[in-house]
Ligand binder design. Structure first.
Ligand code: G3I
Length: 346
C-alpha cells in the first residue's frame, strides 16, 4: 500500500500519475481491436533486411506509408523519366502481407528533384508539370488507397507557404492538385496533410477554411491529416481536443498522421528517461482517447512515423538524443506501445 502511494506521489511529481507497463502482450496486433487503420511509415530496405523491423510491421500495423519512396525526387528523378521500381516493390510487399498503402506525398516543397526545383516556364508549363507528375504517379501506383495530395501548404500564421507551386501557379495549385489526383484515380481517398495544426490555431483555421471552400465547390477533398510530430509537453490535451473539434466540424475524414512524441524537444541532457517515457505513454494514451472520440465515419487512421527509435528521422535531423516511437532501438515494446494497446481496448 505504501509502495502504491509512493508511486502515485512520484508520478504526480513528474506530471504523470500512473506508471506504464512495457511488458504487455504484443498479440494480437494493434489494428485488431479497432475499425480504423493503424499505420506506420516504412522503408523498403528495412522491410527486406531487418527481421525485427519487418516482424513488427507485419504483426502490429494494417497500413503502411512509404516514408520517402513516393516523394517526387525518388519517383521522377529526371524530367519525364519516372522510376517506379522501389515503389512497386513496396506495393507488392503490402499486397502480399495484406496491408493498405497510404501514399505520401504528391505536392510538397521538399524532396523535389533538382530539375523540378530549377524548372523554368510560365504558369501553364508549371501546371502541366504538376499535372504530369500527379497523373502519372497516381495512375501507375493504382493500388494506393489514399494519398497525401498536398503537404504543408500553409505557414504557422495561416498564410500560404510561398513554395515553388504557390509562386509559379498561385494558390489555385491546391485545388488543381486534388482535381488531377481524382481524375487519375477516382477511388482513392485524397488528403491535405500538415504539421502544427493543433499548436497553431490560426494555421488550422486557414487550412479548414480553404478545404471547406474546395469541398463546397465539389472538389474531391476527403480528409485532413494532422501530422503529430509532438512532444511530451506540447501541444497538450486541451489544444489537441480543440483542433480535433474543429476538424470534426469540417465533416472531413481525420488522419492522425506522422505520429512521433519527442521526449527531448530541447535537445539537452535527458535526465530521468523513465519518467519521460512514462509521460510519452500518457501522451499517446490521451491522443488515442481523443481519436476514439471522433465519429467513426470520420476516423481514417492513426499512423506512426517510423517503427522503432532506431528508425526515427528526429535524432539525425535535429542532432539530438531522442526516443520518439513505440518500440525501442532493439525493437522491444516501450511503455508508449502498451499504453496505446490498452487505450485501443486490447
Ligand atoms: O537516400 C539518401 C542517401 O542516398 C544519402 O546517402 C543520405 C545522406 O544524407 O541521404 C538519404 O536521404 C535522406 C532521406 O531522408 C532518406 O533517408 C535525406 O538526407 C533526409 O533528409 C531524408 O529525410 C526525410 C525528411 O522527411 C526530408 O524532409 C525523413 O526521412 C522523413 O522522415 C521526413 O518526413 C517528413 C514528411 O515527409 C513530411 N512531414 C515532416 C516529416 C519529417 O520531416
Amino acid at each position: 500500500m505504501r509502495g502504491v502511494f509512493l508511486l502515485f506521489v512520484l508520478g504526480t511529481l513528474y506530471g504523470c500519475n500512473k506508471p506504464y507497463d512495457s511488458d504487455c502482450s504484443t498479440n494480437p496486433g494493434l489494428f485488431d481491436a479497432v475499425n480504423f487503420n493503424i499505420g506506420v511509415a516504412v522503408s523498403l530496405t528495412e522491410l527486406e533486411n531487418n527481421t525485427g523491423y519487418a516482424t513488427i510491421v507485419k504483426q502490429q500495423f494494417n497500413q503502411i506509408t512509404p516514408e520517402n519512396a513516393f516523394k517526387p525526387e525518388r519517383l521522377q528523378p529526371q524530367e519525364g523519366t519516372f522510376s517506379f521500381e522501389e515503389a512497386k516493390q513496396l506495393l507488392a510487399w503490402a499486397a502480399n502481407e495484406g496491408k493498405e498503402v497510404h501514399g505520401h506525398c504528391l505536392v510538397w516543397h521538399n524532396q523535389l528533384p533538382a530539375w523540378m526545383q530549377n524548372f523554368e516556364g510560365d504558369r501553364q508549363a508549371w501546371i502541366a508539370l504538376m499535372k504530369n507528375h500527379i497523373s502519372t504517379v497516381v495512375a501507375e501506383l493504382g493500388s494506393v488507397k489514399s494519398w497525401d495530395v498536398v503537404n504543408e501548404a500553409f505557414e504557422d500564421d495561416g498564410s500560404f507557404r510561398e513554395s515553388i507551386w504557390y509562386r509559379h501557379i498561385g494558390p489555385e495549385y491546391i485545388e488543381m492538385a486534388f482535381e488531377f489526383a481524382h481524375e487519375a484515380n477516382s477511388d482513392a481517398l485524397l488528403f491535405y496533410n500538415d504539421y502544427n495544426l493543433a499548436s497553431k490555431p490560426k494555421k488550422l483555421d486557414a487550412v479548414l477554411a480553404h478545404l471547406r471552400q474546395l469541398v463546397n465547390k465539389g472538389v474531391a477533398v476527403h480528409g485532413i491529416g494532422l501530422q503529430l510530430h509532438i512532444n511530451i509537453k506540447s501541444p497538450g490535451k486541451g489544444a489537441l481536443e480543440k483542433a480535433v473539434e474543429g476538424c470534426i466540424g469540417s465533416g472531413l475524414r481525420i488522419h492522425f498522421s506522422e505520429i512521433d512524441i519527442s521526449v527531448n524537444p530541447s535537445g539537452g541532457a535527458l535526465g530521468h528517461l523513465e519518467n519521460k517515457l512514462n509521460k510519452q505513454a500518457q501522451t499517446v494514451e490521451q491522443l488515442t482517447q481523443i481519436y476514439l472520440s471522433i465519429p467513426p465515419a470520420q476516423q481514417f487512421a492513426m499512423s506512426f512515423w517510423g517503427v522503432s527509435d532506431a528508425n526515427s528521422w528526429i535524432p539525425a535531423y535535429y542532432g539530438r538524443e531522442d526516443y520518439p516511437l513505440l518500440f525501442d532501438q532493439n525493437y522491444r515494446a516501450k511503455p508508449a506501445y502498451c499504453a496505446l494497446r490498452s487505450a485501443l481496448g486490447q
